[in-house]
Design a binder for this molecule. Structure first.
Ligand code: ARG
Length: 461
């Protein structure tokens, strides 16, 4: 067991179990790059401000670079006695550089150190999430372009409601993922301030330059209040909340893919390389990937709940509770990125079963609204038209016919305003293309949506 940097006022060594219980090195070693980067910026700042000598800063920086190199090569020995990544790096630095390594922690505390490390980590991973989201969005838009004109049922209550274009449906998901992207962007704007230099909580007696470290580390500037700087984990909660919403969207689409690839429905077919089989039923091809994504959504929600709960009763400023922020954050990042990564090619390769979609779109009297609208254009108030069409549908059901299979005489039982031209309005294509309102399902309207989506992609590539 190594002597702790804080051991001065202690008379007993740490209990072995306490040491293990207290340590975060198992998981926070993942922050090593950000920790070392932050330390290098801090050391350079200290010498620029005349707080340590230039030669001392040089020794510290080259020692830190060696530590980085050792970690990347897998040669670094992580020891739970070092408690966390911050102390592990500092201890090794001091072994390499000698006592001057001990000067690195001047005008700094682990409280502002961990805060800046996690911010850098969140900013970095948020960029990755954005790149993955853009890729998924590109896949969705391409698929919408390539399948324009294909009609599918639009559901409400999971019952056929009105026919829609498959591309329109895909573009609905584009909107969700676009908002997810924007949410990540938004939280990055708020997170991009540097807490380094807040010290333990109250600032420092040394003449530090917080603007220098903030700018060197890529932040807009320093955070404004030292107490808040070491106490705030809002940026993690915002990230987890954006991640949860994004997973919710992935999960909804997953649910539909699972449903749509049921053999009875069969609107889409996932390619074999994105499915798995059953160990007993030889005929099975299961949509495990969307099922897993649906399931993993629960994990990410769990991380959000964990963080909200950790923070809710914490007095200012730093409390050790906050060490518990890392595992849920890391797990959510891994889960979201893996889900986005597997999802895009799965959708790209997914086969669209045009005939099945089309057949289903015509079921359930899905053009009944078009018949009602037809009557409205003949001057009948919508409520009355709704009633007439309701009767017509009930008659068609009794006679086991679709709406367009009814003869003109049959339809005229319900309204004398129905004439031969009605058949031009109650086909699937007519139904779809007459919904030409802004945001509607007609080919023209969906093409407008696609055009806007393409310019979103151009702006964000
Ligand atoms: N491992 C700690 C964490 O993750 C680092 C900060 C510790 N600060 C302290 N005063 N004990 O939160």
């Amino acid at each position: 067991m190594s002597e702790k940097p804080w051991a001065g006022r202690f008379n007993l060594p740490t209990d072995i179990f306490v040491e293990e219980f207290n340590a975060s090195i198992y998981f926070d070693k993942r922050l090593y790059k950000f920790d070392i980067k932050g330390s290098i910026a801090h050391a350079v700042m200290l010498s620029r401000q005349g707080i340590i000598a230039e030669s001392e800063a040089r020794a510290i920086v080259s020692g830190l670079e060696q530590v980085l190199d050792e970690i990347e090569k897998g040669e670094f020995h992580f020891d739970i006695g070092d408690e966390d990544i911050h102390m592990a790096v500092e201890k090794r630095l001091t072994e390499i550089a000698g006592p001057v390594g001990g000067k690195l922690h001047t005008a700094r505390s682990r409280n502002d150190q961990v805060a800046v490390d996690v911010r850098m980590y969140v900013m970095y991973e948020a960029e990755t999430v954005k790149a993955y989201l853009i890729n998924l969005i590109r896949v969705l838009v391409d698929k919408a372009v390539n399948n324009i004109g294909i009609v599918m049922p639009g559901f409400t209550h999971l019952q056929q409601g009105q026919p829609i274009l498959f591309s329109h449906y895909l573009m609905a998901y584009f909107q969700m993922f676009k908002r997810d992207f924007q949410r990540i962007n938004d939280l990055m704007i708020r997170a991009n301030y540097c807490p380094l230099g807040a010290g333990a909580l109250a600032g420092t007696t040394f003449p530090i330059d917080r603007n220098y470290t903030a700018n060197t580390l890529g932040f807009y500037g320093p955070t404004e209040n030292s107490i808040d700087s070491v106490s705030d984990r809002d940026f993690i909660i915002e990230f987890l909340s954006a991640a949860s919403i994004c997973m919710m969207h992935l999960s909804r689409l997953s649910e539909e893919i699972i449903l749509f690839s049921n053999p009875d429905i069969n609107f889409v077919t996932l390619t074999d390389d994105y499915c798995t089989g059953s160990s007993i039923m030889p005929q099975k091809k299961n949509p495990d990937i969307p099922e897993l994504i649906r399931g993993k959504t629960g994990r990410v929600y769990g991380s959000l709940m964990t963080m909200l709960t950790i923070m809710k009763g914490l007095p200012l400023a730093y409390n050790k509770d906050m060490q518990e922020d890392k595992e849920p954050l890391f797990d959510a990042v891994d889960t979201l990125l893996a889900s986005l990564k597997v999802f895009a090619p799965m959708i790209e390769k997914m086969k669209v079963n045009v005939d099945k979609m089309q057949q289903s779109a015509g079921k359930g009297y899905s053009t009944a609204t078009d018949l009602a609208d037809y009557l409205v254009r003949k001057g009948i108030p919508f409520r009355e038209a709704h009633h007439i069409v309701g009767k017509t549908v009930a008659y068609a059901i009794d006679n086991n016919k679709n709406l367009e299979e009814l003869s003109i005489n049959e339809m005229q039982i319900f309204s004398k305003f129905i004439e031969k031209d009605v058949y031009n309005y109650i086909t699937l294509d007519a139904s779809v293309n007459s919904r030409n309102s802004y945001g509607g399902t007609s080919v023209e309207s969906v093409m407008t949506q696609i055009k806007l989506a393409k310019s979103f992609l151009d702006d964000n590539l």
